[in-house]
Write a protein that binds this ligand. Sequence first.
Ligand SMILES: Cc1cc2nc3c(=O)[nH]c(=O)nc-3n(C[C@H](O)[C@H](O)[C@H](O)COP(=O)(O)OP(=O)(O)OC[C@H]3O[C@@H](n4cnc5c(N)ncnc54)[C@H](O)[C@@H]3O)c2cc1C
Ligand SMILES: [Zn+2]
Ligand SMILES: [Zn+2]
Ligand SMILES: [Zn+2]
Length: 1070
Amino acid sequence: MEPTSSSSNVNNVRVSGRKAKRKTFDDFIPMNEWSLKPRKRRSIDSMGSAKQSNSDVIFTICNDNVEKSKIKAEFDVKDNGSKHLTEVATPKENNDKNDLKISLPEATKAVDAIDTEIGEKIDTNFPINTVESAHDNKVEMTVNDKQTSDPILTKVSKPKRTPKARQATKREKMQPKKNVSHYSRRTKVNADSDKKTEDEISEKEKLIFMNKHSCKKSGCKKIGLTCCIQATNACMEASGKSSRWYHVSLEEHYCNGCFEEYYRIKHSGCDEFHEWKKAWMNNSKADANFKSLQTYISERQLPYWVQCTQCGHWRSLTNDVELTSDVIRSYTCIMGNLANSLDESNSEDEDIRRVPHIKYSCSQPNEQRVENVLNPDLPWMNMLGCTPYLKHSPAAPFLTGYYPDGVGMSAVDTTNRRSLSEFSSDENDVIKPPGLFNKINKHQVNGKSHLENKKYVSSKSRGNVLTSPGGRKHSSKDPQIMVDGLNPYFQPFYKPHERGKALCMRPDVMELDEAEEFPEYYKEQTVYLAIRNLIVSLWTLDPKRILTISNCCDHLILRGLTRVRLCSLDAVRILQFATRKGLINTGALQLPRSVGNLKEGTLPKVYSNQKVVVIGAGPAGIAAARQLHNFGCEVVCLEARLRLGGRVDDDWSLDGVCVGRGAQIINGCVNNPLALVSQQLDLKMHRLLPRCDLYDAHKVATKSRALVKPVSVHCDKRMDFHFNALLDIIVEWRQAQQDNAADCSLGEKIQEAHQEWIKQSGLNFTELEERLLNFHIGNLEFACGASLDKVSAFHWDQNEVFAQFSGDHTFVQYGFGTQLSAIAYGLDIRFEQPVTDIIYNNSMSKVEIKTKSETYEADRVLITVPLAVLRSGSIQFEPPLPPAKVASMNRLGCGCIEKIGILFPKRFWDSKMDGANYFGYVPLSADEKGFFTVFYDVPYPQGEDSKVLMSVISGDCVDAAKKMKDKEILDIALSVLRNVFSEKEVPEPSSYFVTRWNEDPYSQMAYSFVKKGGSGEDYDEIAKSVAGRLFFAGEGTNRHFPQTVTGAYLSGLREASKIAITNKDVQSSL
Ligand SMILES: Cc1cc2nc3c(=O)[nH]c(=O)nc-3n(C[C@H](O)[C@H](O)[C@H](O)COP(=O)(O)OP(=O)(O)OC[C@H]3O[C@@H](n4cnc5c(N)ncnc54)[C@H](O)[C@@H]3O)c2cc1C
Ligand SMILES: [Zn+2]
Ligand SMILES: [Zn+2]
Ligand SMILES: [Zn+2]
């Protein structure tokens, strides 16, 4: 070591070294630093012998300027003339006044720096390949053989290290690499040899240096690289230096040595890579453009990152350790890097990749690169070298028909079959709302629904689907959902080539609203899809428990720093989006505010910052209020009546049987949100079979006391077919119309088509067949809630162009009210508060809502009153609602049906049911087609047979019934029954009720329909918010699913989501 005199020459390394007592490594004049290398080279060139070169370089290792140790590099010249860096050692005494202080906490880095310095000089002849270093005394290094250039040929120095030293070595490798920069090494050189000035440095040399130390990927250009996989001895020894760098992510690069390790045929990692590649290609959609090595590296070689469950810091594991959900759930810093434990007795250096177990401490901060990854402004996802895939995603059993990599999952590390018990909640976690339904026994009952009779519903033109970017597996086999024990109604993802199921999503394509929310993912969707599919699957597997970000991260298994990014940023956003949209964390689930908003990141806090008044506590109002409450908003629900439910009104007065005076049937249970609520409450769904025998009243009337048999199957089918054919003719007719053609009524069109049929076919219909036609028309009037003479022939079935709910129809024998009260549990609902005025002048910052007795103020108001109420003017708007909205309200119809429930002293109808749930009655004339054409056998909530029948009045008969007393209406029902059961005694009822929805001021209707002249767009118009402060929900605002509890419920979720982001604070934060 030859101390040099101090000099003012900026090129003097010692001078700059002594000046350089700085906080961070990067503070060292990096652009000058490379310029020092030629001088260094001359210095070594001039060595001549080992003696001369001895003590060429000394580093002093400082931690925050506290001197720790010094490292001296020594050189040797072998007999054959080759020059070697033989040893790096701590000088015996730290008495060198001229040494250089560098503020780098790890000795390893200093040794790396020496290596780079020397390597820069020697590599033309004897490139140093790797350095594995120990700060405590010695360094091992190997140099390339000049003939073969194979690494690890010469072990120049191999001091024996204690296990402690090994541990220290590895720990240092795990240390934050924040301050590491290979520009910033400081060396002492002989001042005499230091002749070159900065100007003399050639561009070429500059280029060589940059090549070795920076990433070439455009947009990255990261400098001061370290290899993120360190797969070989050579790599570890040469860290920071490579002839080429490969980009994995903005904070992860691997060196050429590691690349070669897997890529070159002779190398040891090659077989492993090729085996992996073969397996991947077999099971994936990968094509010629597949970045196989890059994918292999990120699938198998990067280390996993895991977050300490105590301090939240991120720690990396050694790359031979597999991450599992259990590790994620239990990881703490003291578990360290989870390296496979080292066999001390056998700790020779053959396998330097085996490292000792390193412990971290919670007080240790995140590495700088982790901090960088957590910066939301960093375009991390756009800068990934190749797509990362989730391993062992719980979504896999739902997606068996797809190539795993097409839906964001690893093509190799993916498990298709899973058991529900892995995911579902403990009994203790299950929501147990109070009330009646807790007493309900959970037995299933077989039943059938009349609405299966909606034979007129055409399923031809379903689904508005996006085009696929690929990723489908073309398999002739029907892919199965492979989760043992899963509710068959839960089908969140389409199978390949499947279409037309409501609330079903493509696992391989983003939905439109997702693309709007996450435009940055639109071009390359895979990672988004992986997370979304994971979130939706986890929710589907266990909808009784709030799905938090930590639940998701337990299953978000992938290598590399991308896991840090996803768990901390992207997955959180996707989870929040899905929660806001009511895709997950919905139904009867109550999100505790502390969980909902903050710690678990289910929702951003900013949603909560507003007060919302919801008008109406029917399905739409309750759904919205629950969501908004879960979001953390202050919600008050104003309900005119003294009860919940609106047009859901369960009557329990008939011997404890639940008879819905309003809604009681779910049409299509697959993905139905109310089927989900049933699951959450452990209320089983009761499947209804389509069978409905029809009894001909004419025959009955003439054959008194004779056994009445049902209409023959042949005749029934024939008329069924005929009626559907008439509807198809109307579809063809309207398709042929000009855009501006005038609408006409469906009733009129059906009659016209029927007459035309007769004319053209020359076929005559029998009297019975004509009466059967009336039955079908009556049934359709029931479905529309109106006489077909009022219904639009153009648009009566407008919602059929959208995917509709499929699967079983079920009779909710415990009542929709049971579900609604569970959803509403804990909400602030003020009963007997009919709203009279809503004042939302622009000059006011709040909306004022007046009831007869109170005035409320809110930031937003959600109006869910029935269309008929809205139209009636019983709520005054100041200023009035926009004319377009009012016009649409008038273009839709407010349909009505009424019900009767009858309790008999005994059951007398079993002989006519034969296992079915209902029977039909063929009306004598067209005028009677709305009076009780179908009778339902209503079971007890537990599923047993009861003594209660229920039936419906529809079409024009609703108006006729208005003028009748309840008893007169009952008599009509009894006379129908006595006709059908003419062979036996029909007893006088014990009790009964008749509904009067039409006259109820807070309903005035049953459900909406498209009136002649109206269209589906009117639903959308009514749903539009006004002035950013008035919002509208309810069945009459749901174009896709009008008329139903399901539609009302979903409109509530829709508006809650809208309101959440209409919040001013949200807008400004978006
Ligand atoms: C007889 C009948 C049978 C039906 N059968 C079925 C079926 O089997 N399956 C099915 O899915 N659907 C069925 N429906 C339709 C279903 O009930 C409705 O689509 C659904 O209830 C609509 O929910 P909503 O929240 O939009 O309105 P509603 O349920 O009507 O709720 C609106 C709420 O607003 C309140 N309100 C009204 N005015 C005011 C005011 N001024 N101030 C404060 N509050 C006010 C009302 O009291 C009510 O609680 C049936 C309906 C009827 C009437
Ligand atoms: Zn490497
Ligand atoms: Zn890069
Ligand atoms: Zn910790």
